[in-house]
Design a protein around this ligand. Structure first.
Ligand code: NAD
Length: 317
């Protein structure tokens, strides 16, 4: 099974269902290879995930064995906060490409709208929220200059499409003012507890594709001993009832709810059974009433906030 695709404003096609690579730290190359075998074509990586070399090995093996061609894959990566200075963008993108063993990214995103002090990769890599002295230290790079460097990556063929992540509506509106190349996508935390409808509507009206991360809400954060008192979406009675009605897993209902709203999803799983289930989320349709029932679960509840990690950057305030 291969997921349906959507056409981005850049003109390129992107899978509506992909595979997230955050916290994929064990048997990473095999996980990527097996995901390709199962039908995944989009992989959502980042230098901050610390696994780009291993991910690239999985891709290389799949291509070598003839499972896919490079042009059938859609590889996403992200610019970390400490590389926002205009002159840092190309060198780090090239390093990330070399780590993956690729000549271009299909999509390259600004990971967070936060510029941090540059730390040379020879000093520390993968990068983190702190500088070489383990302190949070902000840099002065304004976002419009970082975006200008992102646009140059497209000009030079290093990225086919570019986009942003964790931007709020005012930042998107500002970006629209100065962009020579509009962002193809906005990647945000999105699940029934955090719908962000005004932001997603604004983007969809402009053909900026929304990609949801953490589609299962608290699940991903429980792994980090966070969100322990928030009920799991998998156990939410509305989701459980709808899952029974369609004879699907709660996870599939959550992913279908997003894709039916034309929002791309990038669930992460190391489990082969779940891997296949998570990809099979466009072969059935939820009724209007069921979509609305899930829409109604919104609590404006966000898990992936820098503040929650002790970083004094209230980007969602
Ligand atoms: P997710 O919502 O995909 O949840 C992952 C958790 O759900 C894991 O614990 C996994 O074992 C479990 N799971 C997966 N499939 C399941 C199933 N079918 N049934 C039951 N449990 C299942 O969370 P995520 O990893 O936070 O987000 C997905 C991807 O989004 C990441 O891997 C990453 O690529 C991206 N992401 C981006 C940002 C960003 O700042 N741009 C932030 C977070 C995540």
């Amino acid at each position: 099974m291969v997921a349906p695709t959507v056409k981005l404003s850049s003109g390129h096609q992107m899978s509506l269902v992909g595979f997230g690579l955050w916290k994929v730290t064990e048997n990473t190359a095999d996980t990527v290879y097996n995901a390709i075998k199962a039908g995944y074509r989009l992989f959502d990586g980042a230098c901050g995930y610390g696994n780009e070399v291993e991910c690239g090995k999985g891709v290389a093996r799949a291509i070598k064995e003839g499972l896919v061609k490079r042009e059938e894959l859609f590889i996403v990566s992200k610019l970390w906060n400490s590389f926002h200075d205009e002159e840092r963008v190309k060198p780090i993108a090239k390093k990330q490409l070399a780590d993956w063993g690729l000549e271009y990214f299909d999509l390259y995103l600004i990971h967070f709208p936060i510029a941090l002090e540059y730390v040379d990769p020879s000093v520390r890599y993968p990068p983190s929220w702190t500088n070489a002295q383990d302190k949070v230290s902000f840099a002065k790079a304004p976002l419009y200059t970082t975006w200008r460097a992102m646009e140059s990556l497209v000009d030079e063929g290093l990225a086919k499409s570019i986009g942003v992540s964790n931007y709020s509506a005012p930042l998107m509106m500002d970006l629209e003012r100065y962009a020579r190349i509009m962002p193809s996508t906005l990647q945000i935390e999105h699940h029934p507890y955090l719908r962000q409808k005004l932001l997603t509507d604004w983007c969809q009206e402009r053909n900026i594709q929304i990609t949801a991360y953490s589609s299962f809400g608290p699940m991903s954060y429980r792994e980090m001993n966070m969100a322990e008192h928030v009920p799991l979406l998998f156990e939410n009675p509305t989701i459980v009832d709808i899952a029974k009605k369609y004879n699907k897993e709660p996870s599939q209902i959550l992913l279908r709810w997003a894709t039916q709203h034309n929002i791309a999803v990038i669930p992460k799983s190391n489990n082969p059974g779940r891997l296949a289930q998570n990809l099979d989320v466009c072969s059935f349709d939820l009724s209007k009433e069921d979509l609305e029932a899930i829409d109604g679960l919104d609590k404006h509840l966000r898990f992936n906030d820098p503040i929650a990690y002790g970083i004094p950057a209230p980007i969602f305030a």
